[in-house]
Design a protein around this ligand. Structure first.
Ligand code: NGF
Length: 289
């Protein structure tokens, strides 16, 4: 399960339905052009928290049908509705997903016992491995080293998608749990995370910049830090421009410039203005090869 996973975008029609053909095109572009090792399906980048249970299942199904066994697949099933989470975990497992992942429960201020119960309930419902999705900036859930240890004590919690700029904690987790998988979640910090000996990364910008992500990851693994820094610099020039123009709509527009039908966004996310679309085209022409 090591390697680079795209946090997969999904294509939607203007009326909010899943654009299955567009989704297949996004999958193919990631596998054939960006050449990532796997896909992280129905994460934040997939607009997961804006869609229905049926749409989540539809996306799991279409992606698996397109990928078959060409790449590894991780299904993000986390939900505030524990019944939905267990239902999706079973559904993705039956489809043949290699692992499931679940965002820490958010919005209500759950204590750690509740968070632990959430993960163990999901695991009890399904025969698959689980990767914790930790993204404190969006969930407000900050877990410490000891709490990660309590979750990692479960032998089917195999790792964490670590989307936080806390390299102290990252290093401590790496040191204490050498057998667990750590995936870095912030693409702009892939180099420092790679230096700390992560196992892989999961990123939204890999939809358009997966090849550079691989260079950073592999150069760092080979100890070629100056070269890796140069690639991270170009990557961060790209990410700076993408973030200031609007993360998800800009990635979709860049995919469109590459001939991929990335569709529109689910409300209340808003599409780019005409000027925003022009800026996305400029970014594509400047950075995407
Ligand atoms: O989009 C976010 C929100 N984070 C992603 C990634 O961690 C999300 C990250 O790639 C993800 O994996 C998912 O879709 O579940 C950033 O977009 C990127 O580093 C630019 O900041 O924070």
């Amino acid at each position: 399960m090591n390697g680079l996973y795209t946090a997969l975008m999904c294509s939607f029609h203007d009326d909010g339905r899943v654009n299955e053909q567009g989704l297949r095109e996004i999958v193919r572009y990631n596998l054939d052009v960006q050449q990532v090792d796997g896909l992280y399906v129905n994460g934040s980048t997939g607009e997961n928290f804006l869609i229905s249970t049926e749409q989540k299942k539809q996306i799991f199904r279409v992606v698996k049908d397109e990928v078959e066994d060409e790449a590894k697949l991780i299904a993000q099933v986390g939900s505030l509705n524990i019944d939905e989470a267990t239902d999706l975990a079973q559904y993705a497992t039956d489809l043949g997903y290699n692992a499931i992942s679940a965002v820490t429960p958010f919005y209500y201020k759950f204590d750690f016992d509740e968070i632990k119960d959430y993960y163990f309930t999901i695991l009890d419902s399904v025969d698959n491995d689980l990767i914790i999705y930790s993204i404190p900036a969006l969930t407000g859930v900050n877990m410490n080293l000891e709490q990660f240890g309590e979750l990692f004590a479960h032998d089917r919690i195999i790792g964490v998608k670590f989307t936080a700029p806390d390299f102290f904690l990252l290093e401590r987790i790496r040191h204490q749990f050498p057998d667990k998988l750590i995936y870095s979640g912030f693409d702009e910090m892939l180099l420092p995370a790679s230096v700390l000996n992560i196992d892989g990364a999961i990123g939204s910008t890999f939809n358009i910049n997966g090849k550079r992500a691989r260079q950073i990851f592999e150069l760092a693994q080979n100890g070629q830090l100056n070269e890796a820094r140069d690639v991270q610099k170009v990557t961060n020039d790209l990410i700076t421009d993408v973030l200031s123009n609007g993360l998800y709509p800009t990635i979709k527009e860049i995919l469109k410039v590459q001939g991929v039908d990335a569709g529109t966004l689910r409300k209340p996310m808003k599409p780019l203005t005409a000027d925003g679309a022009k800026e996305a085209e400029r970014i594509a022409n400047t950075f995407i090869t």
